[in-house]
Design a protein around this ligand. Structure first.
Ligand SMILES: Cc1cc2nc3c(=O)[nH]c(=O)nc-3n(C[C@H](O)[C@H](O)[C@H](O)COP(=O)(O)OP(=O)(O)OC[C@H]3O[C@@H](n4cnc5c(N)ncnc54)[C@H](O)[C@@H]3O)c2cc1C
Length: 453
């Protein structure tokens, strides 16, 4: 499945206005209303603030708190996991290089172990990784774990249950002592020229402030680095909206693995709906009007597809709609222009400052080491980013946006934030060799040399 077809980008530069005109004026222009200044309560001054509790944010907060930092995790929705949970993207693609070697481990592997112990994950045994045996390939295709062009093989990828992912996240975050704040959006940052001093959040409790030493942007959309004035690219994309159906009594036709995937619950299937072919428009994922249109039109499309499946597919006649993704499937929006932009030519390249690795879900043998500099921006000294908005080209983003890679960059960012506390939060002052050792010691794979195979 091609996930990205749009190529409309807009570069924003440090200091570019986000619409709130900061100039001193005698009065606002006619189409503006000037908000009165007021004092806001300071909620906390944590060592590390992680904004956005998707898979990258959960991993970042976990890594920071486990290293002893006072850590806050702020999420605008009422659940953690982001696209990986109730975006219904319930497939970890991939933890391997397509040649039978694991390239993502660490906290992502810990999640797989926990989910597996709960019976909430399915994945091929190590002995199957890399196999081209047609029966094995077909079996794992039905779980949504085989993609790309022939000759296909079995990858180390994982199908999982989203409720279990949320429960495991809560358990691990609680054990680590992370302060979780749900239903709370980051809406602005303020600070000096090159430092985020305060992060403004909004919720039912009103408008409040957090004053962290280091802030990690795991919003997927790069909201924090946008507010902080960092440079980035923004892409328009086709929206997706995956959904699940229950009561499917026969999945033996030749469509499983193409039209829908098996899940860990018998009779329940996951349908990867949306994108080009299903939707004929692209959206700016940072524009509320576009997002609203996508929600309304995708839901209509999903309901039509549910009827179509019932009518035409064997075993679906009495099936019901279980749930529709609560988060639109946005493959890409803002990508940071960081201290390094990882590009296609960097495949297999060795970096002294690599802090994570990733394979490619459709391309066998394609592996990228991810330098620490893809998580930092020259513009802001105490800001890190992780997950789908790190600094890469659009091509490489296809690999780094995947959930295992997002968890790996999240883990690296959380560890780096703690390393930066020694220098007052200066992320460019981190001893990267020490950071790499720290990550490796705790089971992460940071480069080819650490590959256990
Ligand atoms: C259609 C589609 C198919 C995909 N298929 C796969 C696949 O099969 N396997 C795979 O591994 N990956 C797949 N991906 C990619 C993967 O799902 C995502 O890239 C990954 O989950 C991103 O994780 P993240 O934590 O970076 O971002 P997200 O999951 O987007 O999490 C960001 C979190 O931040 C929160 N947030 C946003 N803004 C704010 C704010 N201002 N304040 C507070 N909170 C905020 C959001 O609510 C969300 O919880 C797919 C993606 C799409 C869209």
């Amino acid at each position: 499945m091609e996930e990205n077809h749009g190529h409309s980008t807009r570069a924003c530069r440090p200091g570019e206005s986000d619409g709130l005109d900061q100039r001193v004026m005698t009065g606002p222009p006619p189409d503006r209303w000037r908000e009165p200044a007021r004092d806001l309560p300071v909620l906390a001054r944590p060592d590390v603030l992680v904004v956005g509790a998707g898979s990258a944010g959960v991993s970042a907060a976990l890594a920071a708190a486990r290293r002893g930092a006072d850590t806050w995790l702020v999420e605008k929705l009422g659940f953690v996991g982001g696209l990986a949970t109730f975006g219904l993207i319930n497939l970890l693609l991939t933890l391997d290089d397509g040649e039978g070697h694991q390239v993502v481990a660490g906290q992502c592997q810990e999640f797989v172990d926990r989910l597996s112990a709960l019976g909430a994950a399915r994945f091929p045994d190590r002995s199957e990784w890399g196999s081209e045996d047609p029966d094995r390939v077909e079996n794992w295709r039905r779980w949504g774990l085989v993609w790309g062009r022939p000759p296909e093989n079995v990858r180390y990828s994982v199908a999982f249950e989203p409720e279990a992912f949320v429960n495991v996240s809560h358990e691990l975050l609680r054990e680590a002592g992370v302060h979780i704040r749900l239903h709370t959006s980051c809406t602005a940052t303020y600070g000096s020229e090159d430092r985020v001093e305060t992060v403004v959040v909004e919720s039912k409790s009103g408008r409040e402030v957090l004053a962290p030493t280091v802030v990690i942007d795991t919003t997927g959309d790069g909201d924090v680095f946008h507010y902080a004035g960092a440079a980035y690219d923004l892409t328009r994309v086709y929206p997706f909206q995956w959904f699940r159906m229950g009561g499917v009594v026969d999945t033996s036709s030749d469509r499983p693995g193409r039209g829908w995937f098996r899940t860990t619950d018998p009779g329940r299937v996951l349908v990867p709906w949306g994108g080009p072919g299903a939707v004929d428009f692209r959206i700016d994922p940072t524009d509320a009007e576009d997002l609203t249109r996508a929600e309304l039109e995708c839901r209509r499309g999903v309901m039509a597809e549910v009827s179509g499946l019932r009518d035409r597919e064997p075993g679906f006649a009495d099936a019901w709609l279980d749930d529709i993704a609560k988060l639109l499937g946005i493959t890409e929006s803002r990508r940071l222009t960081g201290d390094y932009i990882l590009a296609k030519e960097d495949v297999d390249r060795v970096f002294d400052d690599a802090v994570a690795r990733t394979g490619h879900w459709t391309r066998r043998g394609v592996v990228f080491d991810i330098p620490y500099r893809c998580l930092t921006t020259p513009r802001v000294t105490n800001l890190l980013t992780a997950g789908r908005c790190i600094s890469t080209s659009r091509y490489v983003h296809q690999a780094t946006k995947e959930i295992p890679a997002a968890m790996a960059t999240g883990e690296a960012a959380g560890a780096a934030a703690v390393a930066a506390l020694g220098t007052g939060g200066l992320v460019h002052g981190v001893d990267v060799a020490g950071l790499r050792d720290d990550l490796r010691r705790r089971g992460a794979i940071v480069d080819g040399a650490a590959d256990p195979d």
